[in-house]
Ligand binder design. Structure first.
Ligand code: GDP
Ligand code: IMO
Ligand code: MG
Length: 422
């Protein structure tokens, strides 16, 4: 196995990154999260048990695997400790968890600001997860953010109080409820003590691990379509879920990353607002949603569903330098009877077989060009590619042909073991 394997979402999130990451963690010394916060919801199912991870890398479930929350992650301590409690109930050893000194903290005012900003955007709202992610990254860029390490500095309380007072002035201006300053300070001084055993210089820790030839799996969060630089801006999250975010969010160097796996589903989904060229806002989409259980792991919102978009995927493969694909939910496609792959776009009588800036702002006018496939098969739990029916293989091969990379993992069910490795 590669020394460092990266797992990235290629669409709009919820491709099954958690499942692929836990699977790879079985051969990894360290599981690492580098980006995003508890906007992520990564479901892992094993022996009928189901855990949804929001902050902690799911690979912690593997006994011999340490877990690192890297510097690029934004941490809501309340959510962190709720997650820790769940893992304790599953007898997970939490002494394996390490949290970066440099990770930024989410405060209650970020959550309130998230709601306020969505309100102010009116019809142009993003449909965020309302977890305070965007405002926390805004404060980071504005240099008023507070990091884990700052909690242990004498100036922490002063800076936190100033932030709360300034934010409260804005909430008052818009008639939003103001926050209780003393309560927040008290809570975070408490979190400071609770977090202490986990905090460390994770950048040095990771480099030492590399020197010792240890294996690492980086569990991406969100996806290329939600990247604030390379995705559907402004309908994006406020970070870089693409490959660059893995580096800035961990401190690992470019040459440290050996394998970059892109995760996608055999169909597509999106939650929140924003363009979705292959969306099936109809009975087909409803059927996919029910068969694939497409309801948000974080917000429980019904996910918008549609067909796999190979044009958008090709772009995602390129910008991330994907070396292999993980294709989940092939079993779900088999329950549909027929499925479509989008192999091109038509806009104003022009055909596009690759992504183009001409499309930006015109996504709703694009006519997707589809190829239709017969997909009637039951492959639940299958582990051997050779046993796949011809229809399933044909679907996989068409995807490989368009994207020019091998499909290395195929998901055949929600359980962690429901996977074909090629
Ligand atoms: P993530 O955010 O990328 O980790 O993905 P989520 O956990 O939000 O959503 C993926 C959903 O699909 C979860 O409920 C998984 O249990 C489920 N899942 C993942 N792979 C497969 C698969 O191959 N087949 C089926 N039927 N379900 C899958
Ligand atoms: P995982 O890691 C799906 C979406 C939100 C919204 C937009 C911005 O589970 O794949 P934010 O709260 O980040 O400011 O919301 O991004 N979004 C996700 N959609 N999966 C996720 O994470 C997401 N994280 C954010 O729905 O449209
Ligand atoms: Mg998810």
């Amino acid at each position: 196995m590669a020394r460092v394997a990266v797992v990235l979402g290629l669409n709009y999130g919820d491709e099954g990154k958690g499942k692929v990451s836990t699977f790879l963690a079985k051969n990894s010394d360290i599981a690492l999260r580098c980006t995003g916060g508890n906007n992520a919801g990564h479901t892992v199912e094993f022996n009928g048990d189901k855990i949804v991870f929001h902050l902690i890398p799911s690979g912690i479930l593997n006994e011999g695997t340490d877990a690192v929350i890297g510097n690029g992650v934004v941490i809501d301590p309340k959510v962190l400790f709720e997650e820790i409690e769940v893992l304790k109930e599953h007898n997970v050893d939490l002494t394996k968890l390490h949290i970066s000194t440099r990770a930024h903290l989410i405060f209650p005012y970020h959550i309130a600001e998230d709601k306020l900003q969505e309100f102010l955007k009116g019809d142009d709202k993003v449909g965020t997860t309302a977890r305070g992610i965007g405002p926390c990254y805004m404060d980071k860029a504005n240099r008023i953010g507070l990091r884990v390490i700052d909690m242990y500095s004498d100036s922490f309380e002063r800076k936190l109080r100033r932030n709360i007072q300034n934010k409260n002035k804005v909430f008052e201006l818009y008639g939003f409820e103001t926050l209780n300053e003393d309560e927040i300070v008290k809570d975070y001084l408490n979190y400071r003590d609770m977090m202490k055993p986990y905090v460390m210089d994770t950048v040095s820790y990771l480099h030492k691990a590399i020197e010792e030839d240890k294996t690492i799996v980086c569990e991406g969060a969100q996806a290329t379509g939600l990247d604030m630089d390379l995705g559907d801006y402004p309908m994006v999250t406020s970070s870089n879920p693409t490959i660059g975010g893995i580096q800035t969010g961990s401190g690992l160097g470019a040459r440290d990353l050996n394998e970059v796996y892109g995760v996608c589903k055999a169909y597509a989904s999106r939650v929140g607002e924003g363009p979705f060229i292959t969306e099936q806002n109809n009975e087909v989409g409803d059927t996919i949603r029910e068969l694939g259980h497409e309801y948000g792991a974080t917000t429980k919102r019904p996910r918008r569903c549609g067909w796999m978009d190979l044009v958008a995927l090709k772009y995602a493969v390129r910008v991330n330098g994907i070396t292999g694909l993980a294709l989940n939910h092939l079993d779900t496609i088999g329950k549909l009877g027929t499925a479509k792959l989008c192999v091109g776009y038509k806009l104003n009588d022009k055909i596009y077989d690759e992504s183009s800036d001409d499309i930006i702002g015109h996504e709703n006018e694009v006519e997707p060009i589809y190829e239709e496939f017969k997909t009637k098969f039951d492959i639940k739990g299958e582990k051997d590619y050779n046993n796949l029916p011809t229809q399933a293989k044909k679907y996989v091969k068409r995807i490989e042909k368009h994207l020019g990379i091998p499909v290395k993992f195929i998901g055949t069910g929600p359980d962690n073991e429901d996977m074909i490795i090629r």
